[in-house]
Design a protein around this ligand. Structure first.
Ligand SMILES: [Zn+2]
Length: 84
């Protein structure tokens, strides 16, 4: 048995071709949705933005609550939904 043949295939094909599939997987788009107890639904495409949007909402509508919420609270309450 020649050396180097052990049943495992190399990840990269010879010739330096990137091991990317020729057909790209569909881009999954998510959005973050946070249902505020006041009934407002906040949406944003990224974690950072849902945090910003939520803080803006808190400061505008619930200034008494705003200081008690941190990024982790927002992300804990937010759900990530698949768009589409
Ligand atoms: Zn609210």
């Amino acid at each position: 048995m020649p050396a180097g043949i052990d049943g495992r295939r190399p990840i990269r094909e010879p010739g330096g071709v990137d091991p990317e599939p020729s057909v790209e997987p569909p881009v999954r788009e998510y959005e973050y949705v946070l249902q505020c107890p006041c009934g407002t639904t906040l949406r944003a495409p990224t974690e950072d933005e849902i945090v910003e949007v939520s803080f803006a909402h808190l400061r505008a509508e619930h200034p008494d609550l705003a200081p008690t919420y941190g990024r982790e609270h927002v992300l804990f309450m937010a759900v990530r939904l698949l768009k589409g």
